[in-house]
Design a protein around this ligand. Structure first.
Ligand code: NAP
Length: 484
């Protein structure tokens, strides 16, 4: 059986998982390209102080490469990056990575292939299969505010942290209060002269201290058989419980809200500040943030919370709607990522010259988040509607790459040159996914889960267990197999 050649774009958790799965099943011709200088994806780019995963490491790691030596519940970025590099070495896929390679286009005029994939320096590849593993959170987003380029101080995005820029004693503005800012603000606040946190929307918080694991715990998890897998099961159940709260905002969600309210009230003693940072949307609509350090950081003497809308950036700082200019030396954009365009600006074109951008004009969609009609032998990892608000994306990725491998094996068994999801199958799936958002907390506010038209395109609407079930086996009836 001839196995196809596969090009994977992205050397983060998704790309590495795909390469390991394919190589383990006899796919010899596998290449991974990445625009970055090496392995790591989001964990290579996000080096801001305090960067850590917010899903416990025993779950935010591959099931087949479990570790018992994580230093904390949620490991810091250097540990996660080292882990991913080690796993890639251990499984022999590190050598498949071609770094510093930014793909600009992929074109498949013939359904039977191959793809012609082009990098920005003109290099090309012609794989039978294209796996796009660029993730949802890789394009830093800086708001297009008037005067944003006129700032006379230094500005950078949290995902491109400037470690050479010393913040000691400086007047610093942080714009944004999402998962990233919540991690780096408590780290940098003590050394800044003054830190102004610009908040557009408050968030729901739950406690997390993320202290180092005590020695007894590390010994126990290393030596007690079964404790590690019990731990994974416990964290999985905990995460699924968060999804229960999000899916049922009128019942279980109220419990989550109460839990968060009690925590936030005890952490925020100042009623005026409490009013300003209190969220005005349903618990779980945006990502629930876990931190026991954020609210105390906001109450520091040298920290102020600005809730007036930003109207413009001026050379000396940030102007808000009340007319005030907040003078700062440094602006740190904690404003997140362009999430809903997925692999854009990479141009992907299928047979007949139809681009993926055209196909997704009305919002991104893909069967099981992975395959799109009109784009044979294209697989997207961590694609549309596969993000999780409660759970580990690493688990989703593992099931996705297993599915991709099976789909490719089925194609090879049939002697076909490509496979393409049937449009009706994908349409029905998409309708089902969208309908499953009805009545959930996700629909009750605006968030980065939605595209410009308001459609929720990033998140999976159900439980991790359901996604695993849906992707457990490839049904050949869902696909058209193109013969050469
Ligand atoms: P984010 O959650 O999208 O937060 C962006 C923040 O910037 C929000 O507070 C947003 O306010 C604000 N903002 C955006 N545009 C603005 C504007 N024009 N004016 C004022 N404020 C503006 O981004 P993030 O914090 O980088 O996190 C993104 C995602 O990455 C997370 O949800 C999570 O999935 C992942 N992440 C994970 C970890 C982890 O595992 N530990 C850590 C960091 C990030 P609004 O709320 O009003 O939109």
């Amino acid at each position: 059986m001839r196995t196809p050649s596969v090009l994977i774009v992205g050397a983060g958790f998704g790309g590495i998982a795909a390469a390991i799965e394919l190589r383990a099943h006899g796919f010899r011709d596998v290449t991974i390209v990445d625009a970055a200088p090496g392995i790591g994806g989001t964990w290579l780019h996000n080096t801001y102080p305090g960067a850590a995963c917010d899903v416990p490491s025993h779950l935010y790691s591959f099931s087949f490469a479990q570790r018992t030596d994580w230093s904390r519940l949620c490991s810091p970025q250097p540990e996660i990056l080292a882990y991913l590099r080690e796993v890639a070495e251990e499984y022999g896929v590190a050598e498949l990575v071609v770094p510093d390679t930014r793909i600009v286009s992929a074109d498949r005029p013939d359904p039977a292939g191959p793809w012609t994939v082009t990098a920005d320096d003109g290099r090309t590849w012609t794989p039978d299969v294209l796996v796009v593993a660029t993730g949802q959170l890789h394009r830093p987003s800086i708001p297009d505010l008037p005067g944003v380029d006129d700032f006379a101080g230094h500005a950078f995005h949290s995902a491109r942290w400037d470690h050479d820029h010393d913040l000691t004693g400086r007047r610093v503005a942080v714009v944004g209060t999402g998962a990233s800012a919540v991690q780096f603000v408590p780290e940098i606040a003590p050394r800044t002269g003054h830190l102004a946190v610009f908040q557009r929307t408050g968030n729901w918080f739950l406690p997390r201290r993320n202290r180092r694991f005590p020695a007894w715990w590390r010994a126990a998890i290393r030596h007690l058989p079964g404790l590690q897998s019990l731990r994974r099961r416990f964290i999985t159940a905990y995460c699924e419980m968060l999804t229960v709260m999000i899916r049922h905002p009128r019942t279980w969600g109220l419990l989550g809200r109460l839990w968060s309210t009690l925590f936030m009230r005890s952490a925020l003693r100042d009623p005026a500040l409490r009013r300003r940072v209190w969220p005005d949307f349903t618990f779980g609509c945006k990502r629930i943030l876990f931190s026991s350090r954020w609210l105390p950081a906001l109450q520091r003497e040298n920290v102020s919370v600005v809730t007036d809308r930003i109207t413009e950036v001026v050379p000396e700082g940030i102007r808000t709607a009340d007319g005030r200019v907040h003078r700062v030396d440094t602006i740190i954009w904690g404003t997140g990522f362009a999430t809903t365009a997925f692999m854009a600006p990479m141009e992907i074109t299928g047979p007949g010259g139809r681009s993926l951008a055209q196909e997704w004009d009305g919002g991104a969609h893909a069967y099981l988040g992975m395959t799109v009609p009109g784009f044979p032998s294209l697989f997207v990892l961590f694609g549309p509607n596969t993000n999780t608000s409660g759970g580990s994306i690493v688990r989703y990725l593992e099931h996705q790459v297993r599915y991709v491998r099976e789909a490719l094996q089925e194609t090879a068994r049939r002697g076909a040159a490509g496979l393409e999801v049937r449009a009706a199958v994908e349409r029905a799936f998409d309708a089902e996914v969208q309908a499953r958002f009805d009545g959930t907390a996700w629909t009750r506010c605006d968030s980065w889960y939605r595209d410009d038209a308001g459609r929720i395109v990033t998140n999976w609407p159900g439980y991790t267990g359901e996604y695993i079930e849906r992707t457990r086996r490839v049904d050949p009836a869902d696909y058209v197999f193109h013969q050469a």
